[in-house]
Design a protein. Structure first.
Length: 384
């Protein structure tokens, strides 16, 4: 006899994992599937580390969501054997004199009760002499923020969801077909039928491939190249607490201190070329190496000649604005889209899962900014 489920969640990245976790905790019979495995090497959730920060300029909705997610991450880590999956490095925003976004962040953080410290140029010079400040006039330090160990954290959430009754399978699914406005079952690549009352597609950069008619022009997977620079032997200037996680706001660059002896992680946050997550090259380009070396030489002069010890190529799955996409399929009333992480979504995983569960089980009101109707076919990035 074929087993049926209340809800099938397709995609075991951070959004899908936390959605399955919340639904299982609420007594639903949940099946979680992924074509390649939880937080696999192709996934946007598959890297070693991700920033968790509260600052979003004047965009208070995401500051509030970050606070919610942060509390859930901390509770999860405190009640499990995975206490080493968060590093409270602090997050330092660095900006030139007239950067409005950092000033707006300070106002929003204060209103939301987020602890932070504002640092002027002289304070930055004294505290972080290893940073090449250049035109940087000041900084904002979120003292409680830091780094989530992404790949391992997602695996831990999936394991805990299974302990709560969810089932997990590695399987690829085909584009769903509806009957009378509903999907009855999904076919996997092995020919199996997955039967459920509701289907949640939290498959990131694959959303446009599975739903080309609806999302093919509204999800923009972009190639993102990440680098780890080796630290000079015995040099502690690039490890916490000497160096926090950092963001050069106007240059759209970010990075993390030397965690678990992997080196200084650094990347440029500008959206790369549009790619296919299944087939894109995972080898960094010579152009990207030249760009990041020039950036590191400018901002971390002591690492000018440091070796690149690791690289990674992943992808964002951007929406037109950078807002999340959490909404019903327009023609299939038991199919949900959960995606649009847009490079900033990982930290929000627990809040996403809670929100989806409330929408599905409690008929909770939806946030208009997350609706499909607000997603355009032209990118105008507004969320950073």
């Amino acid at each position: 006899m074929t087993k049926s489920f209340d809800i099938a969640v397709i995609g075991a990245g951070v959004f899908g994992a936390w959605t399955a976790w919340h639904l299982a905790r609420r007594g639903q019979r949940v099946l979680l599937l992924d074509a390649y495995g939880p937080a696999n090497s192709r996934a946007s959730s598959g890297g070693e580390s991700r920033i968790i920060r509260m600052g979003y300029g004047a965009d208070e909705i995401y500051t509030r969501w970050s606070q919610n997610a942060y509390a859930q991450w901390q509770k999860f880590f405190a009640s499990s054997e995975h206490r080493d999956l968060f590093y409270k490095t602090g997050v330092l925003w660095l900006a030139a004199e007239h950067d409005q976004r950092v000033r707006d962040s300070a106002i929003t953080l204060k209103r939301c009760g987020v602890p932070f410290e504002q640092l002027d140029r002289s304070a930055l010079e004294a505290r972080y002499p290893q940073i090449g400040l250049g035109e940087i006039a000041g900084g904002l330090l979120e003292s409680e923020s830091g780094v989530l160990m992404a790949r391992r954290a997602v695996a831990a959430v999936v394991e805990d969801a299974m302990r709560s009754g969810a089932e997990y399978r590695t399987a690829a699914v085909a584009t769903p077909r509806s009957s009378g406005g509903k999907v009855v079952s999904l076919k996997t690549s092995s020919g199996e039928s997955i039967i459920a009352n509701t289907f949640v597609f939290a498959c990131g950069a694959w959303l446009g491939k599975l739903f080309p008619d609806v999302l093919g022009g509204r999800i923009f997977p972009s190639r993102q190249e990440v680098f780890f620079f080796g630290i000079p032997p015995g040099d502690l200037r690039f490890s916490p607490p000497a160096l926090p996680t950092f963001l050069f706001q106007e240059e759209l660059s970010y990075g993390m201190p030397d965690l678990e002896s992997r080196g200084l992680k650094i990347a440029l946050d500008a959206h790369g070329e549009c790619v296919d997550p299944d087939t894109q090259s995972r080898i960094v380009s010579p152009k990207a190496i030249d760009e990041i070396r020039a950036h590191v030489a400018r901002r971390f002069p002591a690492l000018r000649n440091a070796p690149i010890v690791e690289t990674r190529v992943c992808q964002y799955e951007n929406t037109s604005s950078g807002d999340f996409l959490i909404d019903l399929h327009p023609e299939m009333d038991n199919v949900w889209f959960v995606g649009g992480g847009s490079g900033h979504g990982f930290k929000h995983g627990p809040a996403i899962g809670e929100y989806v569960a409330a929408r599905m089980l409690d008929n909770a009101a939806g946030e208009p900014r997350f609706s499909l109707a607000t997603k355009d076919v032209v990118q105008r990035r507004a969320v950073y």
